[in-house]
Design a protein around this ligand. Structure first.
Ligand SMILES: CSC[C@H](NC(=O)[C@H](Cc1ccccc1)OC(=O)N1CCC(N)CC1)C(=O)N[C@@H](CC1CCCCC1)[C@@H](O)COc1ccncc1
Length: 331
């Protein structure tokens, strides 16, 4: 098997998240889900989600699918790094992304979603693409779509080609040579506790010297920004006129008309440049002259996160062979 599906920004003003069309059940029900390498639950808004918590999202109705089966006595409950969360019951059903089908995928139906999911009408749920050890289904943990699909994929990989303010693609089962330039640099992945954890070889601010120092973090398609150690973040914003670490906005902000340096990060011998346009994430509120930075401190999180701001500067291969590795290429 091989497959390909679009990853479309949910907001035309800034890349807060990307959604991908999937089909569930028989006849197929189409939902727009956020593929998230930073978690491992596949959950959806459903006919079991209270109407008061649904605001425009598409829902999966298991009772309308001839191939759905309740996974008796199984429940799930998840909380994300931003404090959002959801919980509910579990079905199995036919699940397809970009032409790759898993005949019996665990579909976690929401009985409750937090307010930030209710207000985000463009996201109908998530497809966790982290390692299945992170799955929250109890009493028996379930496998991710990738783990279920892997044996039937031509190659046990998926790739992310996210783009700045326009649709990119997720490919499954193959590496599309037209999507990158030069060589792919592969580095080891630490699978404990279940993220795609790898070690970057260092960073540079703008045209400044490159600091070769290991930065261990997770490659996370479900996180909008890049979160790195405070020393790196302060070194970056020292080069930005008028930048301050705002308690009220919860991070580094600066005048939107500031000149921003690029941010360079290393993977092995390779270098990746996040352009200034990606480093100015968004105005703090619509029309404000104050902008929120695409690079923020990880000190409050406990893990460094290479989110979409970094991922869209590269072509990234999530290699599910044993042992797993992650590959980065320029594009
Ligand atoms: C420090 S992990 C923060 C991260 N959530 C974000 O990145 C959200 C994404 C979002 C927000 C609103 C609408 C749509 C998308 O966006 C922001 O938080 N921001 C963007 C906007 C900006 N102004 C403020 C900061 C996060 O929990 N990701 C998880 C998946 C995410 C959950 C929310 C819905 C979309 C998918 C996941 O991969 C990582 O889980 C963990 C990471 C570390 N330990 C535990 C869990």
């Amino acid at each position: 098997d091989t497959g390909s599906a679009a990853a479309t920004p949910i907001d035309p003003r800034f890349d807060i998240a990307y959604v991908t069309p999937v089909t569930i059940g028989t006849p197929p029900q189409t939902l727009q889900l956020d593929l998230d390498t930073g978690s491992s639950d596949l959950w959806v808004f459903s006919s079991h989600t209270p109407a008061s918590q649904v605001r425009g999202q598409r829902i999966y109705a298991p009772d309308k699918s001839t191939t759905s089966k309740l996974l008796n006595g199984h429940t799930w409950s998840i909380t994300y790094g931003d404090g959002s969360g959801s919980r509910g019951n579990v079905y199995t059903d036919k699940f397809t992304i970009g032409g790759v089908t898993v005949k019996s995928q665990a579909i976690e139906t929401a009985q409750q979603v937090s307010s930030s999911f209710t207000t985000e009408d463009a996201i109908d749920g998530l497809v966790g693409l982290g390692f299945s050890t992170l799955n929250t289904v109890s009493p028996n943990g379930q496998l991710t779509f990738f783990d279920n699909a892997k044996p039937n994929l031509d190659s046990p990989v998926f790739t992310a080609d996210l783009k700045y303010m326009k649709p990119g693609t997720y490919d499954f089962g193959f590496i599309d040579k037209t999507k990158y330039t030069g060589e792919i640099t592969y580095v080891p992945v630490e699978t404990d506790p279940g993220y795609w954890t790898f070690t970057s070889s260092g960073y540079g601010v703008g045209s400044g010297t490159f600091s070769s120092s290991p930065i261990t973090g997770i490659a996370d398609t479900g996180t909008s920004l890049v979160y790195l150690p405070t020393a790196i973040v302060t070194a970056y914003y020292r080069q930005v006129q008028g930048a301050t670490n705002s308690r009220s906005y919860g991070g580094y902000v600066f005048p939107c008309n500031s000149t921003l340096p690029a941010f360079v990060f290393g993977v092995g011998e390779a270098k990746f440049t996040i352009p200034p346009s990606y480093m100015s994430y968004a105005a703090v509120t619509d029309g404000s002259p104050t902008c929120f930075g695409g690079l923020q401190s990880s000190s409050g999180i406990g893990v460094n996160i290479w989110g979409d701001v970094a991922l869209k500067a590269a072509f990234v291969v999530f290699n599910g062979e044993e042992p797993p590795t992650i590959g980065w290429a320029n594009k």
